[in-house]
Design a protein. Structure first.
Length: 116
């Protein structure tokens, strides 16, 4: 199981790295996921993520308080709003309400998390 957690951690870091360059792919949630998997497979890599100047404070805030930074909340809710609007205008019939529903549910969850 340790190998599976290590592989999933590496894939999470890779996906988070791609998110640095793609505007709608979030980076920090994938780094949170990587820290979770590395805690179960490679404590050294987990420590390096936690001590990272960019990702470390977000990981610590999430682990200690379940907190999301104000900037992260705004980016997440903004991305959801854009996706919901695009779905509403470009999808047909009842399909247009699915992105809107997902955005409302996920946006509400993000908004109710403590602020870092």
């Amino acid at each position: 199981m340790r190998f599976v957690h290590l592989a999933l951690g590496i894939m999470s870091v890779a996906t988070g790295f791609v998110g640095i360059f793609l505007p709608l792919l979030p980076t920090v949630p994938f780094m949170l996921l990587a820290a979770f998997f590395f805690a179960r497979s490679n404590p050294e890599w987990e420590r390096r993520l936690i001590e990272h100047p960019q990702f470390g404070p977000h990981i610590i805030a999430w682990r200690e308080r379940g907190a999301i930074s104000r900037r992260g909340k705004m980016a997440g809710i903004g991305g959801l709003a854009i996706s919901a609007a695009m779905g509403f205008f470009f999808l047909h019939d009842h399909w247009r309400y699915i992105p809107l529903s997902v955005a409302l549910i996920c946006g509400t969850w993000i908004a109710t998390r403590p602020t870092k």
